[in-house]
Every structure is written in structure tokens, then in C-alpha cells.
Design a protein around this ligand. Sequence first.
Ligand code: HEM
Length: 147
Amino acid sequence: MLQITANDWVLWLHVVAACVWIGGQIIIAVVIPLLRRVDGLTVAVGRRYQAVAWPAFGVLVATGILNVHNLGLSWPALVATATGRTLLLKLGLVLISGGAAGVHALVQAPRAWSASARHPVASAVLGSISLLAAVAAALLGVAIAQG
Ligand code: HEM
């Protein structure tokens, strides 16, 4: 059997966290329309989801930094090599994914609760941006790992 190295554990954790971040967003998108039928349920489930999603995002960033270190990528390599430029693009997508989810969780959704108003379109737009950016970041991650 192949030996499982420390780098393998880090990459494994990275992939598991990516599954939680991406898979959680897909599940939320699927069930939210049903939850809206019961008062208060959307907010309660949203809060529970955040408690899992943000730690996963933190794990993605921490293990991502370790992955960069394990690949032996240096700061100059970020612009000088194809792998580095792919990583830079990926980091831009990670920022978009985390940023859109953060604006939704911290600004847009709480405002909607306090005003007793629902903004399903705004939530859907921010959620879709976050999900699509994360899926694209995952593709670039695979490209980096394969390259
Ligand atoms: C939304 C956030 C992220 C997602 C969904 C994501 C997803 C992925 C996936 C699916 C892989 C491929 C693993 C494989 O094929 O073996 C990967 C690899 C990688 N990711 Fe991420 N990632 C994210 C954030 C980050 C961050 C913030 C960094 C850097 C700070 C990073 C750095 C890397 C590196 C360097 C690899 C290649 C690892 C290797 O080949 O050893 N990722 N990522």
C-alpha cells in the first residue's frame, strides 16, 4: 500500500473542507425554498449552516497556505510561473466566493430579517456568485495539483 504522507493529510483536509463549503451551499440552495414555508426556519437553518460553513472556509485557507508551502511555491513564482498565475486566479475566486457569502451572511440577510422583508433574489444572486466562484476555484485547484 502507498504511504500516506503529511502532505497527503493536508490536501485531504483541503478537499474535505471544499466538499463542505461547496456541498453545503448546494444543499442550502435546494432546501431554502421549502424552508420559507415555515416562519423563522430559514433564519434558524441559515445560522446552523454558517456555523459549519465558515470553519470549513477557514480550514480551506489554512490548508491552502500549507499546500502552497508543500508545493514549494515562492512569492516570485506567483507571477513568474504558470502554476503561480493559476494560483493567483484561484485566490481571486476564493476572495469572491468568501466575499459574496460574507456580504450575504453579515449584511444582506440580517437587514432582510430586521425589516421583516425577504429578499430571495438578492440571496440567490449572492449565493450563486459564491458557489460558482468556489466551483471554479476547485477546478483551478485540480489543475494546480495535476500540473
Ligand atoms: C473556496 C476555496 C477553495 C476551494 C473550493 C479549493 C479547492 C481545491 C481543490 C478541489 C483542489 C484539488 C485537490 C486535488 O486535486 O488533489 C485544491 C488544490 C489546491 N489548493 Fe485549493 N481550494 C480553495 C482555497 C484555496 C486557498 C485559499 C489556497 C491557498 C492559499 C489554495 C491552494 C491550493 C493549492 C496550492 C492546491 C494544490 C495542492 C497540491 O497539488 O498539493 N486553495 N483546492
